[in-house]
Design a protein around this ligand. Structure first.
Ligand code: SF4
Length: 214
């Protein structure tokens, strides 16, 4: 299998079948904690990096080898940023037509400022964006983003998506010692997220493949 792996145990998503729809390290962030190394070059353009039909066929083939109940979630995650695949919405909808297993998307949230990406993610049962910085300066320091992936766009996109989305929105926070764990940084983060978004802390990147999806 090229794009599908697992199911593997996940703290958050149970037995999670991972779907990696993009080539290694295709990302619009270059996080200081990334387990995959540097993002060179930074990529912020959506594309059909792998044919969507190929990915769907691999999901179907994997599901055919598992009895009902053996997979708790199908998770679009990947070794980069999964929303960079221009067929993500098509794939989520296609998966939902072939199975009742809930679909999760683990994303850095950068592209949620785009209406097309927000519309595509509405079809997912769970969306898990990352918010680890409560200020633009800390955002730059932690994520070293593509120039178009600004902090304002990230927060605006999250707010716009939250206003539309009726599924489960789990904001994830990467806490790093002496980077974003001071009282000021945590207060800024809490203010940024707001009381209406549940925060689930993680100990490693939510979007890298070496660890379990979820
Ligand atoms: S940690 Fe995740 S979001 Fe950050 S650069 Fe690596 S793959 Fe991209």
């Amino acid at each position: 299998m090229q794009t599908v792996y697992g199911p593997i145990p996940s703290r958050r998503l149970g037995r999670s079948l991972g779907v990696d729809p993009i080539p290694l390290k295709t990302c619009n962030w270059n996080c200081i904690y990334c387990q995959l190394g540097r993002s060179t070059p930074l990529v912020n353009a959506r594309d059909e990096y792998i044919p969507r039909e190929t990915i769907l066929a691999e999901i179907q083939a994997t599901l055919a080898h598992h009895a009902p109940g053996e997979i708790d979630h199908i998770s679009f995650v990947g070794s980069g940023e999964p929303t960079l695949h221009s067929g993500l919405g098509w794939m989520i909808r296609a998966v939902r037509q072939i199975t009742t297993i809930p679909v999760a998307v683990i994303t850095n949230g950068v592209l949620l400022h785009r209406a097309d990406v927000r519309a595509e993610l509405l079809a997912a049962d769970i969306v898990m964006p990352t918010v680890s910085a409560g200020t633009a300066a800390l955002y730059q320091r932690i994520h070293r983003p593509h120039p178009a992936a600004t902090y304002v766009r990230l927060i605006d996109g999250l707010e716009a998506f939250r206003a539309l989305y009726t599924g489960q929105l789990w904001v994830e926070v990467m806490l790093m010692r002496e980077v974003n764990d001071s009282e000021d940084a945590l207060l800024a983060l809490a203010a940024c997220c707001g009381a209406s978004i549940p925060i689930r802390c993680t100990s490693s990147c939510p979007t890298v493949r070496p660890r379990s999806p979820g």
